[in-house]
Design a protein. Structure first.
Length: 240
């Protein structure tokens, strides 16, 4: 699987946006939700608020918490998920940059009766991210989870408007908190560094070339630059 950022964007049908539209959509999604293995080779990430386990794929492998991941800001999405008997029974999602595809709560199909009080339709936020060789997707419908994702969207929006690097390199970890006398966990998206889209593409291309058994798609030769070229970024483990 190619890890070229351009290939990722095209494969996921990500929209082409100017910075103002991108920032507005991110800020809107983050603000509205900040309250109290799949197709195409994408791995779904699951987070347990009870145990703090962060897993992915059908085999429920542990997502490395000491690995730096790259988020693609244009992969941000929102939607609805319906729970019944502690299982998801229906799901709708759309890009936050394509609000015309959104489904209103009143138009959601009926899935009842619901045995538990917490069953039924709930709003969700999510985004795509990647390592050197794997593409992931994470979504959450919990209040603490949506707050964490919404905060990330807002920070990306602010940096986008200021013209600053807006592609986050982050650690996907967890944080323990107490609510109603019980200890729970919430996702923590710990930012390591902010980089530009060009730096992200160069980093992923370098990783694909280094990975055994993978073939990176050829990239066009760069134009000569009069300024000093920055060294290509590489993945690294969490600093200790």
């Amino acid at each position: 699987m190619s890890t070229s950022l351009a290939t990722y964007a095209k494969g996921g049908n990500l929209p082409t946006l100017d910075k103002d539209a991108m920032a507005k959509a991110l800020a809107s999604a983050g603000a509205e939700e900040s309250t109290g293995s799949a197709s195409d080779g994408v791995e779904y990430v699951s987070f347990s608020g009870k145990t703090g386990a962060i897993t992915y794929g059908r085999e429920r492998g542990d997502l490395p918490q000491d690995e730096v991941f790259l988020m693609e800001p244009r992969s941000a999405f929102r939607g609805w998920i319906c729970w019944k008997d502690n299982k998801p029974v229906a799901r709708h999602q759309w890009s936050i940059y394509q609000p015309e595809l959104a489904i209103a709560e009143r138009d959601l199909e009926a899935k009842g009766p619901y045995p538990r009080q917490q069953d039924g339709w709930q709003s969700m936020l999510g985004f795509g991210f990647m390592s050197e060789t794997v593409q992931y997707q994470f979504s959450t419908n919990s209040t603490s989870g949506k707050n964490a994702v919404g905060d990330l969207f807002n920070e990306i929006a602010e940096r986008t408007m200021r013209g600053e690097p807006n592609f986050p390199l982050f650690y996907f970890t967890r944080e323990k908190f107490q609510a109603k006398g019980e200890w729970n966990f919430k996702p923590k998206l710990d930012i390591d560094e902010w980089i530009t889209e060009e730096e992200a593409a160069a980093m992923l291309a370098a990783g694909a070339e280094a990975a055994p058994g993978t073939i990176a798609e050829p990239e066009p030769e760069p134009e000569p630059e009069p300024e000093e070229v920055k060294p290509v970024r590489t993945r690294r483990a969490r600093r200790t």
